[in-house]
Design a protein around this ligand. Structure first.
Ligand SMILES: Cc1cc2nc3c(=O)[nH]c(=O)nc-3n(C[C@H](O)[C@H](O)[C@H](O)COP(=O)(O)O)c2cc1C
Length: 542
């Protein structure tokens, strides 16, 4: 199996289309490892335009009189079992060098007139060689948002010389996105589809499902067009070159996902410290707008060297890690940073709720863990066997009642510890002892979780911050370690105070202390989890 890959892009190996063609052939050769690929980059070849002398038909039949690289290339073209044509769309057709190559295929045909049988024109020429078994695949990117209707004249030309319906196509709009590192997640997805198409083609044909996915836009029309317009770095009104940072800010603004709008208009101010330039992005219900001069009070201001922000956008540096290392600063409302992926993530995707690990289950809930402890404390405070038995029944039933929710190791440990303490109280009648043990046990659960890679609160809260991805966010992790340690220490202290209060007969005061301190710690947690990341981001955590 000889495959000829003809790269007709004037950009040579830097071609966007070529990336798709290479992915397609990767898929193909994974299914047909013995296939041999030969690549022609027309950019480096001498292929002069046809002179129209018909010498190849009469003077030297089958051979062109021009002395350039074409005779050698034509031989490969004739011998190939599969020809993959990779090219950009230029003025709704193939680029000039490829058109020259196509014109110079004339020696492959005999001069005689023949009937055209597939209705593509008024005549044809018989082929000089038997090329009936040859297959063709056209792979091309174009610059508009969609490939639809842009390839009519390309197809019309290939219909004539390959035969109508006798070739496969992959045409992709938004081609220039294939070299934008910031969007590699989406373009890599497309390249995997090309790989799949290659595999399927090797087996038989590209499936309708793969074709439908290949036809999906890389980015929504409006997002792409705004980004594309911004990428030229030229002012729309004056046509003059504008600042690179401004054009970068415009492209970032284009990625704003308006589905993330939560009822609050935001002003994101970008201050590039190394350039001394400041721009504002208005994030509104209708979309985003860039103000080249700050006009409004900011909601969130990011102070960053331009080069650093470019690296973050390109995925070369993690934004959260850089923030933790205080390589840039954030002022004002920090919630935008916490939900950055929702605001500026793949513009097509709405924020998908992060699924629990087990299919069909909802994310675990900290409330359910707390319920088993509260049941224990209420049961033990009632201090009657019936109360403790009711608490035990509730604790044992809880996993069944919450069957639709994922359970964490902390849920399991809590069920086990609280059930054991109920058992202790029931069988020994020592409810006071069980109560005294319960507080340090609860405290130790929190504190020991700080020795793991997922402190107790993080195991629940992470689902609101991108799931397991949050575990590699240093700010998220530090916040949760501090909070878990705080809760642990609080309950160890309560555990130490309880026997003393019991002995002094001041259990009433003890209860007030417990509920009061727990409520205070709850309020502190709610405040701290927003304040601490913002505090780090302001650059004051030195
Ligand atoms: C001279 C020229 C003409 C172009 N004509 C079109 C066109 O007619 N339609 C279109 O959608 N894109 C057009 N484009 C954009 C290219 O098709 C697009 O940038 C493509 O992704 C480049 O692919 P390549 O990297 O494989 O060369 C044109 C680009 C150039 C330079």
């Amino acid at each position: 199996m000889n495959i000829l890959l003809i790269n007709g892009s004037p950009k040579g190996r830097a071609s966007n289309s070529l990336r798709l063609a290479e992915a397609f052939l990767e898929g193909y050769t994974s299914a047909v490892p013995e296939a041999k690929i030969e690549q022609i980059d027309l950019k480096g070849k001498r292929v002069e335009p046809c002179r129209g002398c018909f010498g190849c038909w009469c003077k030297t039949p089958g051979r062109c009189i021009i002395d350039d690289d074409m005779p050698e290339l034509l031989e490969k073209r004739i011998r190939a079992d599969l020809v993959v044509w990779s090219f950009p769309l230029y003025f709704f057709n193939v680029p000039g060098p490829l058109k020259n190559f196509i014109d110079r295929q004339l020696p492959m045909a005999l001069p005689f007139m023949a009937e055209n049988t597939d209705g593509t024109g008024s005549g044809s020429h018989p082929m000089r060689y038997d090329m009936e078994g040859q297959h063709h695949v056209l792979i091309s990117t174009c610059g508009f948002y969609s490939a639809e209707k842009n390839y009519d004249s390309v197809c019309s030309m290939f219909d004539h010389f390959c035969g109508k319906g006798k070739y496969e196509t992959i045409f992709c709009g938004q081609g220039e996105l294939f070299h934008v590192k910031e969007l590699s997640q989406r373009t890599d997805e497309y390249l995997s589809l090309c790989r799949r198409a290659g595999q399927e083609f090797a087996a038989d044909r590209i499936s309708a499902e793969t074709k439908a996915e290949l036809a999906r836009l890389l980015l929504p029309k409006q997002v792409f067009e705004t980004m594309a317009d911004a990428s030229w770095g030229v002012d729309r009104e004056t046509g003059e070159k504008e600042s690179g940072a401004l054009s970068f800010t415009r492209q970032m603004a284009a990625l704003y996902n308006k589905a993330s709008y939560d009822g609050q208009d935001r002003v994101l101010e970008m201050h590039y410290t190394d350039l001394g330039e400041t721009y504002q992005i208005l994030l509104e219900r209708e979309g985003s707008r860039v103000l080249p001069r700050p006009e409004k009070p900011f909601t969130t201001r990011i102070e960053t060297p331009f080069t650093l922000w470019q690296q973050i956008a390109a995925g070369e540096i993690r934004g959260d890690a850089a923030l933790m290392e205080q390589k840039y600063r954030v002022k004002g409302d920090f919630s935008l940073m916490i939900h950055w992926d929702r605001f500026f993530g793949s513009a097509e995707a709405k924020e998908e709720p992060v699924r629990a690990e087990k299919p069909g289950k909802k994310p675990p809930q900290l409330l359910f863990l707390l319920l088993s402890w509260m049941a224990l404390w209420i049961g033990l405070s009632i201090a009657s066997p019936a109360g403790v038995a009711a608490a035990l029944a509730f604790i044992l039933l809880l996993p069944v009642l919450t069957i639709r929710f994922e359970r964490t190791v902390y849920d399991t440990l809590s069920s086990a510890i609280t059930a054991l303490l109920c058992g202790l109280a029931l069988f020994t009648g020592k409810t006071g002892l069980a109560l005294c043990l319960s507080y340090p046990a609860f405290g130790l659960l929190w504190l020991l979780s700080c020795c793991t890679r997922e402190p107790l609160c993080a195991a629940y809260v992470k689902y609101g911050y991108g799931g397991d991805r949050a575990l590699s966010n240093p700010i998220f992790m530090r916040t949760n370690y501090i909070l878990a340690a705080g809760w642990g220490i609080l309950y160890l202290l309560i555990g130490a105070a309880m026997p003393l209060l019991q002995r002094a007969g001041r259990m009433g005061l003890g209860q007030i202390l417990i509920y009061g301190l727990t409520a205070l710690m709850g309020l502190f947690t709610a405040w701290f989890q927003n304040w601490y990341p913002a505090h780090v981001a302001r650059g004051t955590d030195r």
